[in-house]
Design a protein around this ligand. Structure first.
Ligand code: NI
Length: 185
């Protein structure tokens, strides 16, 4: 099932998401739906708040980038109840986009290396280190569980310049190839 995607201005994107219980009913179905919703929108990652749920799950599929970056060719992962334990390494600036901020792309500074603890869809616990582009995407999706969006990192000047675009998104005045849920104002 393809969910409509929540956009900037929806309160669910500003909440601290809560841990998923181990007996959560319909976990596999939900994960399948998250991938389906993400592929339909041509995204590489999606977090539960982006489909309106304030729970700690995000999914990422970087396999299509495997031709350019062979280390990513099998990178299809589900992160449940993740905790970033540590960030390190150089801070790198790179342009990001987000399905909840249609039409916007801005430079974001992020650490190159992270250590993260999480459960996979079979409730196996992992404690792993990721670097480079994978670390960037994980940090972006993790932010969604913390109620953070990439525009929060923009300078005050940039934020002023983006104000009109952001209010257009919130009012549904933006065209997307996927269905969005316009926030109730
Ligand atoms: Ni995003």
């Amino acid at each position: 099932m393809i969910y409509p995607i929540t956009v900037y201005g929806d309160p669910v994107l500003r909440k601290l998401a809560v841990d998923v219980k181990h007996d959560f009913a319909g976990l596999y179905k939900l994960i399948g739906d998250m991938f389906e919703t993400m592929y339909n929108a041509e995204g590489i990652g999606i977090a539960a708040p982006q489909i309106g749920l304030d729970i700690r799950i995000f999914v990422i599929d970087l396999c299509p980038l495997g031709e350019e970056e062979p280390s990513l060719k099998d990178f299809k992962k589900v992160f449940i109840n993740p905790r970033i334990l540590h960030k390190e390494g150089e801070q790198i600036m790179m342009e990001e986009g987000c399905l909840s901020l249609p039409g916007l792309r801005e430079d974001v500074l992020r650490h190159d290396t992270i250590q993260i603890k999480y459960f996979d869809s079979d409730w196996q616990e992992h404690d792993q280190v990721f670097t480079g582009f994978a670390a960037r995407v994980i940090q972006h999706e993790y932010d969604h569980l913390q109620g953070v969006m990439f525009v929060d990192y923009c300078s005050p000047l940039k934020k002023r310049l983006l104000k009109g675009k952001l209010s257009d998104i919130t009012r549904g005045q933006v065209s997307t190839t996927y269905r969005t849920k316009t926030p109730k104002l």
